[in-house]
Design a protein around this ligand. Sequence first.
Ligand code: HSE
Length: 291
Amino acid sequence: GTFTVRAPASSANLGPGFDSLGLSVPLYTTLRVTPQATTEIVPLGAELEGTPADESNYVYRAMGLAARRAGRPLPPARIEIETDVPLARGLGSSAAALVAGIVAGNELLGRPLDELAVLDVAAREEGHPDNVAPALFGGIVVATLDKLGTHYVRLDPPANLGVTVLIPDFELSTSKARAVLPKEYSRADAVHALSHAALLAAALSQGRLDLLRHAMQDYIHQIWRAPLVPGLSDILEEAWKHGALGAALSGAGPTVLCFHDTREPTAPLHAYLNGVMARNGLEGRVLDFPI
Ligand code: HSE
């Protein structure tokens, strides 16, 4: 019969955890799948206007990846697709579609793939696991992808940690935001990145909210992407003065993520972030989420 699959949005990198660290954000891509004699792909809602309603649809192609890994043909079905994840904003909309599709395809096939195989199919397709891992498991996930496979550790989010996201109204493609990155880094930059990413993962696992601001420093991707996101440098330097526990570009941007303490009011942070947008002539939304 009919079944439903949903996968959350995600924020990748969290500063220095480039391509390896991410957390889920409670906005969802939802699929309603009904096995039937023919394939029917039905994108619903404003956010999916203009997405293909045929077999070139990304969700449908993701379902096909599950079938390919299982070595079996995908049974036909009616697939309704809905999302409230904003597209091309650095909130993992493609990872949510990919994970939801692979999980739905696996379900339609009678679950031949275990969770690690689902993760591996998704991570190989995207090229890095930092969005697909939290989209699959929820919470905060540290993940690696290499020749030998995909490996991960899921962390429960620390108590009292919430996120505030500034979602600008403009789209930024991941490929454009990856094209501006250097091909090579110095040993000093590599040591800076790995030590801060390791500190960040350890701080998140132990609830050391006091360390986030320091641990989230990054010279691997944010400085190169700053010209693509007006106001980013200001926020990375100053958000802590307005109540943020740490700040980072969300994935490839343009969304910016701040951590906050859920016991404190976020109004000052909202006022600051809205001010940065106004000074830079940007439109957008500032939203709080529990994690
Ligand atoms: N780690 C990726 C990046 C996430 O920053 O490019 C976006 O896909």
